[in-house]
Structures are given as structure tokens and as C-alpha cells.
Design a protein around this ligand. Structure first.
Ligand SMILES: Cc1cc2nc3c(=O)[nH]c(=O)nc-3n(C[C@H](O)[C@H](O)[C@H](O)COP(=O)(O)OP(=O)(O)OC[C@H]3O[C@@H](n4cnc5c(N)ncnc54)[C@H](O)[C@@H]3O)c2cc1C
Length: 351
């Protein structure tokens, strides 16, 4: 029997799930992505797309076989991106390696050793002298590390995932879903990958928007490099080179819904870039574009199976949302685990 699956959401999380389902089940699954927004209208398209994880990962609702699912998600994601960056499709998918500095202000708890060092490549701690010689405007007492990361440019990666999905026989439909009930009986299983709007289908009050705003600028001096200053405030200055311009940020405003460009935030980013990263030779005429978006903020990513009924028949929703600032970075690992949850359902049900 062929199982009918709807993936609601066409951001990095939904597309990764859809591709992974087809990879694992092939023609045994009819998969349709349903979303009201695609490509540049998603939050995923706003993201810088870097593989940086700031705080230890938390997962809620998971009842699968993995004993340390948080760690496994990081490993699956990091392996996927680091390996993809060396493969022939890397350029087309917008996946590139960068080298640079993650810097912590004095008093920021995270410390000099990133908690995920065991998964990082080419990581080393740096002395305060090295930091100050590179970034003279830093205050005294900063700490940090030098590392190789991967950046995945959403403007390339989202179309690349979509193309892979369609080539494997997947279907795509533009539609707003107002309730899971409207998807039965056409589908047997639904993936909820609705990002910051997942609560409109679930009444999940722990999901809150965390507004961000970024500038993309033409800055050749940033080529394949980055710097990220965690200062413990709502605006942590950063630059990340990407093939679509160097991304300058980083604004993080909890529980703010507005996606209009704020001139005040633009000024914050411009001033921080000029102060901390003068070697980039940034000037306002180098701005290519600006965007604001809402991160799906949640204390933990929800990876959970929910049982539904339709006329006495069992149906299932697999929730996969709440990736906050790490939805590009962790999309592949959470998709792999969500699809394992799917295969567990298939093994234990009549489908
Ligand atoms: C400024 C900024 C910088 C960021 N930088 C990074 C970074 O460097 N690295 C990183 O990993 N993350 C970063 N993020 C976070 C990242 O963008 C998000 O975590 C990620 O995009 C979430 O992806 P998603 O697929 O869950 O949601 P989205 O991309 O928002 O996609 C949600 C999808 O669900 C659909 N949808 C929602 N509700 C419905 C409905 N009822 N019916 C039909 N369709 C529906 C939407 O149309 C859309 O297709 C950044 C975010 C911002 C704002």
C-alpha cells in the first residue's frame, strides 16, 4: 500500500522532511508539500543560514528509540552540511565552508569552549591578544574561538531541495491549511512544519516570534570569512559571507511580530559593522537588500507524534517546528528523526 503524506510548510524544515521521506520511502509514499508561502516569502529565506549553535539543543515530545536525540540531531545536521560542502552539488545548493571567529563578551556565560566542539571541524581557542589584533574595538576581557563553519544560502538551498523533491516524484500545492481535519481522509499522515505559525494549528502557547533583521551587502573583503560577537544583548553584531552577499546582523527581539524594515535597527547594524569590522570597508552604498523575519522561538524544538481520528480511522500528525535561530542548521537532523518517527508509525499500524 502507498501511504499518503502531506508536509505542511515549505521552509527549510518542511522541504528537508519532504526530501527525506522520498529518500527513505521512495514510491511507497505519495508526498505533497502544502504551503501558503514559498521561497523568498518564508522565514527560511531571510536567514543567514550558518551552522552556529548558541545554546545546548532541547527537544520536546520525542518518544522514539534514540537515547540522546539532541546530540544525534546535531551530528546528523553537521555531517550533512560538512559533507555536502565538499560534493559536486555544493555550489548549486549554496553550501560553502567559512572560517572565522565566534567572540564572547566578558560575563557571557557560554564561555570559550562551544558546547558542540566535538562536532566541529578545525576548531581552536584564541587568545585575547589575537582577538584584539583582529577586532580592535572589542572591550577588554573578551574570549572566543576560531572555527570552520558551513553557510547554507537559503536562496540556493530552498530551490535545490524543492527540485530534488520534485525529481523524486513529490508534489507541491499552494494552499492555506486552517485545521488538520481538512487534510483527512486525503492524507494518512501530516507533517506540521509551519515554523512560527505552527501555533495557529496547535494552540501551542510556548511558540513565540523572535524578530530579526539583516542587511546583505557587497563586501569582497569578507570572502569566505565570518565573525560573530555574542554580547548578551538583543543585537549581537555579526558578518557572514554568503554567495548572495555578506549578511550583516544581528537583531533578536523577543515576541515582536513586525516584519517591516526598521530604520532604527538598520542604524544599529550599520554602526556595529563600522565599529567592530572596519576591515570590511562597509558603506551604505554597498547595501544590496534588507529583510526582516520571525524566528520560531520555543524553549525546545517540538518533535512529537500526535494521534488523530477520522471516522474511527487512525491518523497522525508529526510535529517538527520551533527551531528558533537554528532552523537552517538543524533542519536536516530534525527531518531525519521526524522521518524515523514516520517509519515507526508505518511499522506499528496497518498503513
Ligand atoms: C534574521 C534571521 C537570521 C537567521 N539566521 C539563521 C542562521 O544563520 N542559521 C539558522 O540555522 N537559522 C537562522 N535563522 C532562523 C531560521 O530562519 C528559522 O529557524 C527557519 O527558517 C525556520 O524554518 P521553518 O521551515 O520552520 O519555517 P519557515 O521558513 O517560516 O516556513 C514555514 C512554512 O510553513 C508555511 N505555513 C505556515 N502555516 C501554514 C498554514 N497554516 N497553511 C499552509 N502553510 C503554512 C509557510 O507558508 C512556510 O512555507 C534566522 C532567522 C532570522 C529571522
Amino acid at each position: 500500500m502507498v501511504v499518503k503524506i502531506a508536509v505542511v510548510g515549505a521552509g527549510a524544515v518542511g522541504l528537508s522532511c519532504a526530501v527525506r521521506i522520498k529518500e527513505v520511502l521512495g514510491t511507497k509514499a505519495n508526498v505533497t508539500i502544502i504551503a501558503d508561502k514559498f521561497g523568498m516569502d518564508t522565514t527560511s529565506h531571510v536567514a543567514a543560514g550558518v551552522l552556529v549553535i548558541e545554546t545546548p539543543l532541547q527537544i520536546s515530545g520525542y518518544k522514539g528509540k534514540r537515547a540522546s536525540v539532541e546530540k544525534d540531531i546535531i551530528v546528523l545536521s553537521f555531517n550533512h552540511y560538512y559533507e555536502s560542502a565538499s560534493l559536486s552539488h555544493a555550489e548549486q545548493a549554496g553550501i560553502h565552508k567559512l572560517e572565522g571567529y565566534h567572540i564572547y563578551y566578558p560575563g557571557v556565560k557560554t564561555g570559550t569552549v562551544p558546547f558542540y566542539t566535538e562536532y566541529l571541524r578545525n576548531w581552536r581557542p584564541v587568545t585575547e591578544e589575537e582577538l584584539v589584533s583582529k577586532f580592535p574595538a572589542l572591550p577588554k576581557g573578551c574570549r572566543g574561538h576560531f572555527l570552520e563553519i558551513v553557510v547554507t544560502s537559503p536562496a540556493h538551498y530552498l530551490p535545490w531541495l524543492t527540485q530534488r523533491f520534485v525529481e523524486m516524484g513529490g508534489k507541491v500545492k499552494k494552499s492555506l491549511v486552517t485545521s488538520f481535519d481538512e487534510l483527512w481522509p486525503e492524507y494518512d499522515i501530516v507533517f506540521n512544519c509551519c515554523g512560527v505559525r505552527a501555533n495557529s494549528l496547535t494552540d501551542d502557547t510556548s511558540l513565540l516570534p523572535v524578530r530579526g533583521q539583516v542587511i546583505r551587502a557587497h563586501l569582497p573583503k569578507a570572502e569566505k570569512s565570518f565573525a560573530y560577537i555574542t554580547n548578551g544583548h538583543e543585537s549581537s553584531p555579526y558578518f557572514f559571507w554568503t554567495p548572495d552577499g555578506t549578511v550583516l546582523g544581528g537583531i533578536k527581539q523577543k515576541n515582536v511580530q513586525d516584519t517591516d524594515i526598521s530604520l532604527a535597527d538598520r542604524r544599529v547594524i550599520i554602526n556595529a559593522t563600522a565599529k567592530y569590522f572596519p576591515h570590511l570597508n562597509f558603506s551604505e552604498d554597498k547595501i544590496m537588500r534588507e529583510k526582516a523575519g520571525l524566528r520560531p522561538g520555543r524553549p525546545a524544538i517540538r518533535l512529537e507524534v500526535e494521534n488523530h481520528q477520522h471516522h474511527g480511522e487512525k491518523r497522525w500528525v508529526i510535529h517538527n517546528y520551533g527551531h528558533a535561530s537554528e532552523g537552517i542548521a538543524l533542519s536536516w537532523g530534525t527531518a531525519c528523526v521526524a522521518v524515523e518517527m514516520l517509519t515507526d508509525i508505518l511499522c506499528s499500524s496497518k498503513l
